[in-house]
Design a protein around this ligand. Structure first.
Ligand code: ZN
Length: 471
């Protein structure tokens, strides 16, 4: 394999998850594993729902967030990975955002404080951060603080790390339990191929065969290893709780599934949620309203994005990207309204945006079509006008017909000048009028259909701007 073939995913496979059960969790699991009736009971019953509270951690300047498209896609994939267990995960909206440099690039002790400070009750809390212990850790579950932490770069939707960490949350040890760190455990704790000590050695599950591979291994196998009886074996069964490569880890064993369900009905009963997942057979996706396709001079700060609502949607993912494939995100959000205000778009850039409805329990739906637009420069803040006056300013209609009169409703007094500037920065029309503070005023517009920015100014230096589209 050439060096170029080493994808990010390959390198992520080298990262570790240091989670081991707490003494309390371990004691609960061992009691469960020796109770055949409890194991059978745990596998009965239908689907059980788990509320997931996603915490997206950014740096102090609100950069470095986990990509929301990845969050939605990974929850969708998680439900496929857990399908055989009867557990179903759904996002408990809204997303929680935290901007804290210490949590974004965190040590375990920073992470412990972060979880304690921010966990919400009645949900499985998962935190997405920029780095854990200098980038060496893919993710972990903290039994003490009861939260999962994910390293953004190891949390791509193609990764199995989230399934692995949620396994830990619901009490599962690694299949190579006891070998973490690489030192062999005592002979009695080394699981034998013949199954004679499967209940008391390693992870205590008799349907997960011996696994001594404490390092990241690639498909199809790790080994060979030799058990205390001298029997040679390879690790071939690719459980999510092993350190096998992403390409082959694909299941939980029936006993692991039973333990997770019992944990949800026992120590972690608080995270069970009650929803009715909604998978519409067909629907009209959101139609994008504002900014219009091809808009120019869109304000980088304060532009309101709007789209049509979709029946039964509980939220929307709105994303603005540098590229038409949406591979590099400029700004995004998951909101419960049909509008959102961008606050951090770059100046003078062509950008693309689209929206995806989110239904109850369902993050698998496709996106709307995309619009593109170009931002202008960051406008100087309005000067001399109080906020309530500015909020009362209205321009009708917008878009307007080129050459027609534009109406300005604004509580302004004195002589005001309107200056129309086109996308190339040319002043194409200047008009002066006396305003009386009450009635609407009418203003001429240029004859050429295009995007303009109109700036109104008073002689005393008060001013405000408004983008206007003439068609
Ligand atoms: Zn682990």
């Amino acid at each position: 394999m050439s060096a170029q073939a080493n994808t990010v995913e390959d390198r992520m496979n080298g990262l570790e998850c240091p989670t081991v059960p707490s003494p309390e969790q371990w004691a609960w699991l061992q009691t469960f594993q020796l109770d055949d009736e409890a194991q059978e009971a745990a596998l009965r019953g239908g689907t059980q729902y788990v509320a997931v509270k996603a915490h997206v951690v950014g740096k102090d300047d609100k950069s470095g967030y986990y990509r929301h498209a990845h969050l939605l896609e990974s929850i969708c994939r998680l439900n496929a990975q857990f399908a055989a267990t009867g557990l179903y995960f759904y996002l408990d909206l809204p997303i929680a955002y935290h901007n804290n440099a210490l949590w974004w690039d965190q040590s375990f002790s920073d992470g412990f404080g972060m979880i304690i400070a921010n966990n919400v009750p009645n949900a499985l809390n998962v935190y997405y951060v920029g780095s854990i212990e200098n980038g060496g850790i893919a993710g972990y579950y903290s039994p003490g603080a009861d939260g999962v932490v994910m390293y953004n770069s190891a949390a791509s939707p193609g990764s199995n790390t989230l399934a692995h960490e949620f396994g830990h949350f619901f009490s599962l040890p690694h299949t190579f339990y006891g070998w973490e760190g690489g030192d062999p455990p005592p002979i009695s704790q080394q699981e034998r191929v013949d199954g004679s000590n499967c209940n008391t050695a390693a992870d205590g599950f008799c349907d997960t065969p011996p696994d001594y591979a404490y390092y990241r291994w690639s498909c199809p196998a790790a080994g060979p290893f030799t058990d205390p009886a001298g029997t040679s074996f390879e690790v071939v069964d690719s459980f999510f709780m092993s350190y096998g490569g992403n390409g082959c880890r694909d299941r939980f064993s029936p006993q692991q599934s039973a333990a997770m369900r019992a944990n949800l009905n026992g120590p972690h009963a608080a995270v069970e949620g009650f929803i009715e997942p909604f998978f519409p057979a067909g629907y009209d996706s959101s139609r994008l309203l504002k900014p219009l396709d091809g808009s120019v001079l869109v304000p980088p700060i304060g532009q309101r994005f709007a789209w049509t609502s979709v029946q039964d949607a509980v939220g929307y993912h709105v994303t603005v990207s540098y590229t038409s494939l949406f591979s590099a995100v400029a700004e995004e959000a998951i909101v419960q309204d049909t509008f959102w205000t961008a606050l951090r778009l770059p100046e003078d850039r062509k950008l693309h945006w689209k929206v995806k409805p989110i239904f109850e329990g369902n993050t698998c739906e496709p996106y709307s079509g995309a619009f593109s637009f170009t931002t202008g420069l960051i406008a100087p803040p309005p000067t001399g006008l109080e906020e309530q006056v500015l909020a009362a300013v209205q321009v009708f209609p917008n878009p307007a017909t080129a050459g027609s009169a534009l109406r300005l409703d604004a509580p302004l007094h004195g002589i005001w000048t309107a200056t129309w500037t086109d996308a190339l920065g040319r002043q194409v029309l200047v008009q002066e009028q006396q305003l009386d503070g009450a009635s609407a005023s009418r203003w001429k517009s240029p004859l050429l259909p295009a995007w303009y920015v109109v700036q109104w100014r008073s002689p005393s230096g008060e001013s405000f701007r408004q983008p206007v589209l003439l068609r």
